[in-house]
Design a protein around this ligand. Structure first.
Ligand code: ATP
Ligand code: F1X
Length: 304
């Protein structure tokens, strides 16, 4: 089983508008409340790939009810801890450019945290736990790291989609995959890359520090997968970018879902690239037909 963890999910309020005049009353076009949060996006893609998964996290209030309603509609199995504060609403303004305002999130009590940690007792060998997204403000900064010993003790694998020191702190526990984009990878080493070779050398250092696989995403410029045995490269799919929100989550989901089913890093990388692009080319998170339409474009080449 794959468990996705979204401790700070959101209803994404997506507003279409031609133009935003700051300081004035603006009138929008179409608007929609979409179940969001990085782990939930991972679950949505896993479902499209027919990969069993359960969404964990915290939900509360009228916004949390709507979020769970949508997940049930998508047939996403979910087992959230109910909290008394309402789930946040993140505002995504799609005008000439994309502007996002992500709310801080609800207060989560110690009792609610304890109820969440009890979920880990369900973990079994070979399960995968994918933890993604920001922490609600009342959670400790090392919340994800606190969960790792129990996950590993159960014989399960994990992925933490985070950046900076929080990401480095997970490496000793041997994450199944980490997925920094090329800017985040450079930031980890407080540098900028002049060449792809420098970037790949940095990715290899993360393998040495414990990561099992390093996916380096570069949006429209393609991506690399660095494993202990090989380096793979793929060009990005060609298409019109409609909404890049969730492209990274989709890539993680495509990789993890396929890896869990096949254990094949190159096939998993290819599916990750396809899922990321399919989401970038659509208004919402991609569905199966859109992923299948992009997949033939993705050619994975072994470069060493
Ligand atoms: N313009 C694009 N054209 C083709 N594919 C894209 C494009 N943007 C994103 N993708 C796909 O999505 C994957 C993830 O995108 P990106 O590198 O932007 O990750 P990210 O920074 O984690 O994304 P985000 O935070 O926006 O969700 C890319 O590796 C690629 O497969
Ligand atoms: O505030 P966080 O947790 O970092 O990111 C939350 C979020 O921007 O991530 C998803 C896209 O990746 C959206 O569905 C959601 O609103």
């Amino acid at each position: 089983m794959i468990y996705t963890v979204t401790v700070n999910p959101a209803l994404d309020y997506v507003i279409q508008i031609d133009q935003v005049d700051r300081g004035s009353v603006n009138r929008s076009g179409d608007c929609a409340f979409l179940a969001g949060g990085k782990g939930i996006n991972v679950s949505r893609i896993l479902n499209q790939l027919d990969t069993d998964n359960t969404a964990w996290g915290f939900v509360g209030g009228f916004t949390g009810k709507e979020l769970v309603r949508q997940l049930n509609q998508y047939h996403i199995v979910n087992d959230f801890v109910k909290i008394s504060d309402p789930t946040r609403v993140n505002v995504k303004v799609h005008a000439q450019e994309e502007t996002e305002i992500n709310a801080a999130g609800p207060n989560v009590t110690n009792q609610e945290i304890t109820a969440f940690k009890a979920r880990l007792a369900d973990l079994q060998k070979d399960d995968v736990v994918v933890m993604s997204g920001s922490l609600a403000p009342s959670l400790p900064a090392d919340f994800y790291k606190q969960l790792l010993p129990e996950i590993k003790a159960a014989g399960a694998e994990f992925v933490v989609d985070t950046t900076g020191q929080a990401l480095l702190d997970t490496l000793a526990y041997q994450p199944l995959v980490i997925k920094p984009n090329h800017h985040e990878l450079a930031d980890l080493f407080q540098t900028t890359f002049e060449t792809d070779a420098e970037m790949l050398a940095a990715a290899r250092k993360l393998l040495e520090r414990g990561a099992q696989n390093v996916l380096v995403s570069m949006a429209g410029q393609g991506g690399y997968l660095v494993t202990k045995e090989q380096i793979y490269h793929a060009k990005a799919a060609i298409g019109t970018v409609v909404n890049s929100v969730g492209a990274g989550d989709s890539m993680t989901a495509g990789f993890v879902g396929t890896y869990r089913q096949t254990g094949d890093p190159a096939a998993s990388f290819r599916m990750g690239m396809a899922c990321g692009a399919a989401t970038a080319f659509t208004q919402d998170i991609a569905v199966k037909g859109q992923i299948e339409a992009v997949l033939p474009q993705i050619k994975v080449e072994k470069i060493s």
